[in-house]
Design a protein. Structure first.
Length: 228
């Protein structure tokens, strides 16, 4: 897929890891959704500052509808030939009411358009404290309704809180058409690194390196959240 980059606005709660919108829309790290869900309303303004072509602003919104449920959407534009093409998606995630100790389990789904392709996906994510970090495992199924391909992907992530306002994270994604970065082969493998800092009680900023193994880009992000 076309490389994207997000400059957004959202709250990173000091006691909740992975509580920001990902590049793909749901809450998570830089790209991989976690089992955490949003609360309140998070709005975002998105920008690719280090891609292969000029960046255009895009935007998104993420709603915490009720306990354990979030829904959201994104809209943007990318270069395509001699002009611009719109990209968009809608997504949702539900944290299952399962007693798994400190672990959380969620299911999610999304549908959208990436330039000329209509894509949908479903996934299962589990997030738990591990070795002083917050660890996530994610497995998903994706299908391109335009071109007809489909595939299974998986991801692993760990996020570490350095203090009450700063956290760092690493992600590893692999599988058929995994993630949002363009691959040189149908089977994709890449990694991401990011740092998030809470600037105020509702405003945070993220810097990330995404797409290791497939052409690395530098990302910056920010977020603003309304409500608790």
């Amino acid at each position: 897929m076309k490389k994207l980059f997000i400059l957004g606005l959202a709250l990173l709660a000091a006691c909740v890891a992975n509580a920001i919108p990902t590049l793909t829309g749901p809450t998570g790290g830089l790209e991989l959704p976690t089992a955490n869900v949003a609360t309140g309303v998070t709005v975002s303004m998105n920008l690719d500052v280090a891609g292969d072509s000029p960046a255009y602003p895009s935007s998104g919104v993420l709603f915490g509808v009720c306990k354990g449920l979030e829904v959201g959407g994104q809209f943007g534009q990318v270069n395509a030939g001699d002009g611009r093409e719109s990209t968009w998606n809608v997504n949702g995630k539900y944290q299952l009411p399962i007693n798994a100790g400190a672990a959380k389990i969620a299911i999610g789904a999304g549908f959208g358009q990436d330039i000329f392709d209509h894509l949908w996906n479903v996934y299962l994510a589990g997030t738990t404290p591990m070795w002083g970090t917050t660890a996530t495992a994610n497995i998903g199924y994706s299908k391109d309704a335009t071109q007809g391909w489909n595939g299974i992907s998986a991801g692993l992530a760990m996020e570490k809180s350095l203090n009450e306002t700063t956290s760092v994270g690493a992600e590893f994604l692999f599988g058929d058409k995994a993630g949002i970065f363009t691959a040189v082969a149908p089977f994709e493998v890449h990694g991401n690194l990011y740092l998030t800092r809470m600037l105020t009680s509702q405003f945070s900023a993220t810097v990330g390196l995404g797409g290791f193994g497939q052409g690395t880009d530098l990302y910056v992000a920010g977020a603003y959240k309304f409500g608790k």
